[in-house]
Design a protein around this ligand. Structure first.
Ligand code: ATP
Ligand code: MG
Length: 430
């Protein structure tokens, strides 16, 4: 007996019931990002393991336990990318994009992390990321957060909040680390095993930990914002002022440290309010500044800011019904002659940008109509002997009822009647 091969846990198929919504989201992201001057880069999913080891941070969850790393036939250690920023920076350096004063880039695609699969957390998940390389103004941070906010609005997302923080720089972070370490040493017993182990090497991780004990222990921890040096302090104020000026609502969350070590100064997250569609995995997008990363990976010193959106989580917040804007037509030719006439008409309708599928199974009209219903067609186009005789086709409204006859040689009238695209573009995105 044949054995059914199933998918890998945490690796999902995105089937047609969802993929239309994803295209709708991606289409909006492309449109909005382009209005802010961003261009797309397409990056490989496989990178040399070293790239991530040198950028993400030894004591992060990603490096400690989440990477899909393997040795290829040549003996090289390769890793399925767990995130996009490191790859993007590598491409920026290799492609010498730093010869432009400022590079504004975006990417989309799958990321891979060996995590415990649950709602909103998968082992292959998709991100849309945007990064600006070559600009250190806090106003740029605000403008980029605004761009994300504009996208959320365009998608009709409600009930999300922007949280911002500053993690300081190489000047002031070490002192904060010491202060926090002094505070946490007294509470080591309350911390989870993981945080207790890395407290000496990376005490900031405890602030990000979701374990009950860590949350309580760090509740009264000294705030990073209080230990910023003057220039980081001014940078943070510049960010807040610029966000206010742009009307982007935000809250300061001085506990937010993010899961990757390369962040400097600004960090931010967009989270869904408690009790919403996302449940416990409530961060829908996150990012920040990484002023040291390009240099760390062998490029020229370059201040950078960027974010990544979690596609699966964003899709849970977007109203599905908004995605479908193009009606589906279902052509039913009754007999051979009708099929030939129908083929010409269908070609013309498709040239006008309409979505049409043809029933090839034939048989009684009743059965054909049932199939039209099963594929959720909006209109059935029927061509039978009577229609050919009269030179018309019958257009039946499947959702609201009613029917009309339209001249077989007038695809434009059909298009106008069904209210679909007449521009030759595929399913509309906006
Ligand atoms: P989280 O706190 O949810 O673990 P993170 O800090 O690991 O997120 P980033 O690495 O900054 O997240 O990724 C940005 C976004 O990608 C997250 O806000 C989330 O929406 C999404 N994301 C991250 N990991 C996963 C995953 N395993 N499955 C689905 N989406 C994810
Ligand atoms: Mg994570």
């Amino acid at each position: 007996m044949a054995v059914k091969v199933t998918s890998i846990r945490g690796f999902n198929d995105i089937l047609p019931a969802t993929s239309g919504l994803w295209s709708h989201i991606e289409g909006n992201a492309r449109r909005v990002f382009e209005t802010y001057g961003f261009s797309e880069v397409r990056l490989p999913v496989l990178e040399k393991t070293d790239l991530f080891l040198r950028s993400i941070g030894d004591t992060t969850d990603i490096i400690e336990k989440q990477m899909y790393t393997f040795t290829d036939l040549h003996g090289d250690s390769l890793t399925l990318r767990p995130e996009g920023t490191a790859s993007l920076v590598r491409a920026y350096i290799e492609g010498k994009l730093y010869t432009e004063p400022v590079a504004r880039l975006f990417y989309t695609g799958p990321m891979f992390r060996y995590e415990r699969p649950q709602k909103g957390r998968y082992r292959q998940f998709y991100q849309i990321g945007a990064e600006v390389l070559g600009e250190d103004s806090p106003v740029l941070d605000a403008e980029t957060i605004e761009m994300l906010w504009v996208l959320m609005n365009a998608l009709g997302v409600e009930g999300v909040v922007v949280e911002v923080n500053s993690l300081g720089c190489a000047e002031c972070r070490p002192a904060y680390k010491e202060t926090l370490l002094g505070f946490l040493r007294g509470k080591a017993d309350c911390l989870c095993e993981n945080c207790a182990r890395r407290i000496e090497t990376n005490p900031l991780r405890a602030l990000d930990c979701k374990a009950e004990g860590c949350r309580e222990a760090t509740d009264t921890a000294p705030s990073v914002v209080d230990s910023l040096c003057q220039s980081c302090s001014e940078h943070f104020k510049g960010l807040k002022d610029a966000l206010e000026q742009r009307g982007v609502p935000f809250q300061v969350n001085s506990r937010m440290v993010r899961g990757l070590d390369y962040y400097t100064r600004t960090t931010f997250e967009v989270t869904a309010r408690a009790g919403g569609a996302l449940g416990a995995q409530n961060a829908v997008a996150a990012g920040g500044r990484y002023d040291g990363l390009v240099e760390e990976l062998g490029g020229p010193a370059t201040p950078c800011f960027g974010f990544a959106i979690g596609m699966e989580r964003l899709a849970m917040l977007v109203d599905k019904t908004l995605a479908k804007s193009q009606p589906l037509l279902y052509l039913i030719p009754m007999g051979e002659k009708a099929a030939a006439v129908g083929a010409t008409l269908v070609r013309a309708l498709r040239d006008l940008g309409l979505s049409v599928v043809v029933d090839y199974r034939g048989g009684a009209l009743k059965g054909c109509m049932k199939r039209a219903d099963r594929v959720s067609a909006d209109f059935a186009l029927i061509i039978g002997d009577n229609e050919i005789e009269a030179g018309t086709l019958t257009v039946k409204n499947m959702k609201e009822g009613g029917q009309v006859n339209i001249d077989l040689r007038s695809p434009a009238i059909v298009a106008a009647h069904v209210g679909g695209a007449t521009t030759g573009t595929a399913r509309a995105e906006g």
